[in-house]
Ligand binder design. Structure first.
Ligand SMILES: [Fe+2]
Ligand SMILES: [Fe+2]
Length: 478
């Protein structure tokens, strides 16, 4: 395993001291990152001691070290998964050639674009979540929020390392711009739509970490296949951190559902009665799910995409588990894409050349994974002996990107008129009143072992500590 230097100013396992120019560039960027963190990271709590895990190696077991840390002192570092000896490009036109250790000149711009687009989502999500610390449902949840935030910060480091190392002056400029764009800013927004939407309440946070971080998982899996080896190794280690973000999201929503089920068992399923108990009624949870899932589905891009074809052909971005496919060229074969028929009221199929359908192939994997999540949430209802079930909407519902953005579809994926969509919108998507209601429930719960009225406590705490533990501690006054 590559040696991990934890004592360096920038912890790393890439032997940073051997490249003085790079080391200097990153050490120059470091204070700018910390400034960004202080102004755009979590509001408040910067002087608190937070029980956080920090990466100390890239071994599958035991890469994490738990301890109390002040967030601005977090050891953001550069960690790449171990190199696979003699790794080859696994797909596309360069299939079978040695994986690139340097940027192939002809693909420089494409690769930079892929890295910058991924990189931009990392600080964006920290910005989106920056006010949630003011309304945390428990100290356990607050700690989880901050864990996700510092790790998204580390993901930015992971991507900036690639930009600074392999893209010279352009890379340095991109690294600066990553700290300049702002989520939701009209003049200088983040690159992708979902990452400009505010995450104003904790139900949104849990939906975001379930669905939007899961988009991240699939993008990272596709980039782990990359023939550009440093990108592959970077993404492989990022995935180990990403798993925790999705755990926070999925168990978070699961605990909200559990609490709602308990309340429904006491007062019945009337949303007004559930709300009278300060819990979140199931139809509102479903509407939040519809919103965040569809927003995240958009992140995979257009169904027919020449960019996706180029990314695959060049060997830069592969498929989820590329090794499970028999044909790594994808020059033959088609993808059956459901499209709206000429009559506008039915669906028919169009055959898209496989390479051009790579976004859709990855989206299929994502949708399948989300179906499992929905099943596990329904098991919470089942266990509580509730007859209700949650359901993922069709991937055609409420799209803003791709072919389904034209025309309207209902949550089952049937084509409908704009008037019908308009008329039913309040049934399907969170209304202003829903958002205001959920927001009205959000109050900080400071006491150790206490939890808000709208969510059940977790099954267990962090690193063998009980739920009833002070995971975030105010600064001690000397
Ligand atoms: Fe991330
Ligand atoms: Fe994440």
């Amino acid at each position: 395993m590559a040696h991990v230097d934890l004592t360096a100013k920038i912890p790393n396992n890439v032997d940073l001291t051997s490249d003085k120019r790079l080391q200097r560039a990153l050490e120059e960027w470091q204070p700018k990152f910390v400034d960004w963190w202080r102004s755009m990271g979590p509001e408040g709590f910067q002087a608190h001691d937070v029980f956080l895990r920090t990466a100390i190696s890239v071994d599958r077991d035991g890469w994490a070290n738990f301890g109390f840390t002040k967030m601005p002192d977090y050891r953001w570092g550069i960690f790449l998964a171990d190199a696979e000896p003699d790794r080859k490009v696994g797909f596309g036109d360069h299939m079978g050639k040695p994986a690139w250790q340097q940027v192939p000149g002809e693909y420089r711009n494409m690769l930079r674009r892929i890295i910058v687009t991924q990189a931009d989502t990392e600080p964006a999500s920290v910005e989106q979540q920056r006010l949630l610390g003011q309304t945390f449902p428990s100290l356990y949840d607050l700690r989880n929020l901050f864990q996700v935030n510092v790790e998204e910060g580390r993901h930015l480091w992971a991507m900036v390392y690639l930009l600074q190392t392999y893209f010279g002056r352009d890379g340095r400029e991109e690294a600066e711009d990553l700290l300049r764009r702002r989520s939701g800013n009209a003049d200088n927004p983040r690159i992708l739509g979902t990452f400009n939407e505010p995450v104003k309440d904790w139900l949104s946070f849990f939906m975001f970490t379930t669905f939007t971080d899961r988009d991240g998982k699939f993008q990272l899996l596709a980039l782990s296949e990359s023939g550009f080896d440093p990108l592959s190794r970077t993404c492989r280690f990022m995935l180990t951190e990403e798993a925790h973000h999705m755990f926070v999201g999925e168990t978070g929503v699961g605990r909200v559902i559990q609490r709602t089920a308990e309340v429904m068992n006491q007062v019945g399923d009337d949303p007004a009665k559930v709300r009278a108990e300060h819990a979140i009624d199931l139809p509102t949870i479903q509407r939040y799910m519809n919103h965040w899932y569809t927003s995240s589905v958009d992140l995979f891009g257009g169904e027919r995409s020449s960019n996706a074809a180029d990314f695959f052909a060049s060997g830069l971005k592969g498929r989820y588990k590329e090794e499970t496919y028999a044909d790594h060229l994808a020059l033959e074969g088609t993808y059956e894409l459901p499209v709206r028929a000429a009559d506008g009221r039915h669906m028919t199929k169009e055959l898209v050349p496989l390479r051009n359908a790579m976004n859709e192939v990855l989206r299929d994997n994502y949708v399948g994974d989300c179906e499992f999540v929905a099943e596990r949430w329904n098991r919470v209802l089942e266990k509580a002996k509730r007859p209700e079930r949650l359901k993922l909407p069709s991937r055609r519902f409420r799209r803003a990107v791709g072919i389904y953005a034209e025309g309207c579809y209902d949550p089952e994926g049937n084509p409908i008129s704009a008037e019908e969509f308009e008329a039913k919108q309040a049934q399907w998507l969170p209304s202003e009143a829903d958002l205001a209601y959920v927001r009205s429930l959000m109050h900080p719960v400071q006491e150790v072992g206490k939890i808000a009225s709208w969510i059940a406590p977790p099954a267990k705490g962090v690193d063998n500590h009980p739920f009833e533990w002070e995971y975030v501690r105010p600064p001690t006054v000397a």
